[in-house]
Design a binder for this molecule. Structure first.
Ligand code: SAM
Length: 210
């Protein structure tokens, strides 16, 4: 296993793996054992985060981060982030009660994953459950996705953020430029990766203030 520079995320052959304490797969992913340690395959086909990293996206993720995750769904990507943030915590917001069934099961075994059945449009609703936020990760395929992200940025003042941005327009360049300009008011550094190869119409955007 070769280090990727992101904590607890490794590469072997052509695949990415997260170092894990859990021997049971979350969604059927392959588990490898190397030198008595367990590694879960992190597939670019299943996760936009895995695909963006595979394509050279380099977000800063720290083991001890407190992350607000908006649009956690059933927890596919959140489970790998829970491996990565082994000394941190993920506040996983999802408003679909159906997805929440699996997500809350995941939260029972993973101490650092807090499932919250709430609406990402209303950041005040989850404030009682959150101590602080170092980073926001958002994967919400909604036309007002950047406005939702910025609403949460204003509320929680994170230093870093990742947005899995879905393009809704035929003129995606102009649309994206306008949305990036909104982000520039809050973040000094912005980088982007087109992840169309794995996830149609999507870009991974990383924002930070250092
Ligand atoms: N991030 C997930 C993963 O990689 O495993 C996949 C997320 S899926 C593309 C988008 C999710 O966002 C859906 O589960 C949807 O229910 C959720 N969502 C959309 N709008 C939301 C909102 N306003 N508040 C909370 N969740 C929302």
């Amino acid at each position: 296993m070769k280090s990727t520079g992101i904590p607890n995320l490794y590469e072997e052959g052509n695949s990415l793996y997260t170092l894990t304490k859990f021997e049971k797969p979350v969604y059927g992913e392959r588990i490898l054992i190397r030198n008595s340690k367990m590694y879960r395959e992190f597939s670019p086909l299943r996760s936009k985060l895995a695909s963006s990293i595979k394509l050279g996206f380099k977000p800063e993720l720290r083991e001890e981060d407190h992350m607000l995750y908006l649009g956690a769904s059933t927890g596919t990507t959140a489970s790998h982030i829970s491996d990565i943030l082994s000394k941190g915590v993920i506040f996983a917001v999802e408003f679909s009660p159906v997805s929440m069934i699996k997500l809350s099961e995941l939260g029972k075994s993973r101490e650092n994953l807090i499932p919250l059945l709430l609406d990402a449009n209303k950041p005040g609703q989850y404030e009682p459950f959150i101590d602080w936020v170092d980073m926001i990760y958002q994967d919400i395929a909604q036309p007002n996705q950047i406005d939702i992200f910025l609403k949460n940025v204003k509320y929680y003042s994170p230093k870093r953020g990742i947005i899995m941005y879905k393009s809704y327009s035929m003129r995606s360049d102009t649309e994206l430029k306008n949305e990036i300009n909104k982000l520039k008011k809050y973040f000094k550094n912005i980088s982007m990766k087109n992840i169309e190869r794995f996830h149609k119409g999507h870009y991974a955007i990383y924002v930070s203030n250092h």
